[in-house]
Design a protein around this ligand. Sequence first.
Ligand code: ADP
Ligand code: ZN
Ligand code: ZN
Length: 742
Amino acid sequence: MSGLYADIIVDISHENLDHTFQYRIPEELKERTAVGSCVIIPFGRGNRQIRGFVLEITDRPKYDPEKTKSIISVQSDDTLVEQKLIMLAYWMRKRYGSTMNRALATVLPVKKNVRTVQKRDVILILPPDEAEAALAEFARKQNVARERLLTELIKEGSIDYRLVTGKLNISPATLRALCEKKIIDIVSHRVYRNTVSGEHERAAVRLTDEQQHIAGDFIAEYDRGIRGTYLLYGITGSGKTEVYMEMIDHVVASGRQVIVLIPEISLTYQTVMRFYKRFGDRVSTLHSRLSEGERYDQFERARKHEIDIMIGPRSALFTPFDDLGLIVIDEEHEHTYKSDQMPRYHARDVARRLAMLHGGSVVLGSATPSVESYAAAKSGEYKLYTLKQRAKKAGLPKVETADLREELKKGNRTIFSEKLKLAIDEKLTKGEQVMLFLNRRGLSGFVSCRSCGEAVKCPHCDVALSRHRKGKLMCHYCGYETSDVKKCEKCGSSLIGAMGTGIGTQAVEDAVKTMFPYASVLRMDADTTRQKGDYEAILSKFANREADILIGTQMIVKGHDFPYVTLVGILAADMSLYANDYRAGERTFQLLVQAAGRAGRDERAGEVVIQTYRPEHYAVMASLSQDYEAFFEEEMTYRRLLSYPPAGHMLAVITESRDEAEGIRYAKDLASKVCNGIMGSVIGPVAASISKIRDVYRQMIYIKSADIGILTDLKDKIEEYCEKNPEKNIRVSFDLDPMNGY
Ligand code: ADP
Ligand code: ZN
Ligand code: ZN
């Protein structure tokens, strides 16, 4: 008997998401049944009618078709949150490659056994004048207990039951009597562990003309029913957050909900408070310090319409709002928006899909947009908004480079160029503050020429070779390998050296203390931020001007406004240029511009010194003039030439195995039997740059194609192949348009 069957889940809050039941889809319901559909099915021995959701549709019955029960009906109500989240999970699974289970576990908040706190409050229900009269009456009768309680309730309105019976020492009998007189009431409700608290006040800033124009345009389009993706490109300090809040205000006022994504690192108290001040307790936050229970509570509040705005990192996308009008992604270029676990989704694309399911819009914002987003804005796929001026009086900082090769020639072997040293001296004398930023991205071993700064590159690809054990150099894109290079290709110098470990923040701190013994120094890195609250503590100390100099890694680039910081020194700008992936230039430009953006945020003019071995590199040059457009053009030329995203798409297929040889064989089979002959180029398999992690060996295959559909089809074929040729020690996974090198 042929036909279609649906795998149905009946309890999505359950931990076993793979617990599905198969039902037949009757002919007359075929049209209306899709993944995500809410259906009524006969369940259990008594055939009790219950609700379930369709997770998968197949023509392969799992059981005897004669004995398979049929779906009774399909609910046409498409406002159900679960339905949209399941549709989203299905889309993620198809696009990024993963099992349906993992995709579902990513989007559905699983109810763990969360202990909920039952709280009771005593509240005053009399209007104020009547309460005063009652109070006078109790005083006259010398009814001290009642008088004590009422005095407090007039002040507070509502008091915790435990406080009333404890500290105020009011007996239950007294409370009962007051309840009967309808003076007070005792209410119990589930307590949601709220994550923000503080004073609510309407924001007082008046938008600048630029800000107003953008917010106004968005709102006008929104009211006309236009939905789409917008890119807000605004220089550092241009006041993007104020623009988001204006847009959000409008969407929330229309009765719909909003999700705001912020990179975890900038989810500081300061940022959250700006939203809270404007929107009060209709806002909630998710962050990694919340317990499972607290997370679940915040989701419940969203489900019950107790909040309209959720702020959080990428997982906040899965807040169960049922009528989402807008998703804002701040700092949209940040790599933390890409998940590093299956399904390896990008929040930007998932947000766009989710907004489509709800009929909402997406606003992406950045001072250094990702090349992908800017290209989409240029092609008209996104609408581009530009903020060119800083919101406060400040102009952009003056940016200069210091050529470290010259310093070396002059015999300066310290970590400070003459220029930076003089500038630090000057600021310290004036009582202003300095930030020293150590770029440590992309530190995986590479080799470069100490004379001309050129990295040792693969002859077939435009990426730096990575250093492997015993000095072997390898390209991770084509598999080319060579033993140690003795001479620089470009200038012939033999001063070639590994830049493996580089200098650390500790070494910078020591050097600063030697050079500027009278300055007080704070350091922020992984070591000094181990404890909860360390990060905030260091930032607020610095904000309070308890130190002159703050040294740190990319952690210090985000979040806070420091009005007294007038100098930013970037110690080793090119570190990230040598990263072994095609995004190295983009990442470097972003880091330099964002770091420079910390200087002169207020009225005092800012200054930036970028120390580099490669002042002529386009990413460094463009950051000098803060010229995004120039950087973008150069970067796109390079991406087009090599068909890297966004000029094309790339699928990374990762084969993991405990047995190296087995993994290689399996990956080779995948490449030759499945990938061969597709419309696109296939590279590999090659060993990953970190070829072994926790005793698991990784082999990579990279497939590039102009058409993303070709890649997702190929991914389906690989999944199919793996299903037919299962090997228990081998795991195959995918990364579409990878953000990190492997
Ligand atoms: P961005 O996110 O674009 O870097 P922010 O939104 O953090 O910028 O704004 C930078 C600073 O300027 C903040 O201190 C903010 O309060 C202030 N600001 C933004 N817009 C205005 C405005 N219209 N009037 C006064 N101050 C503003
Ligand atoms: Zn050289
Ligand atoms: Zn190569």
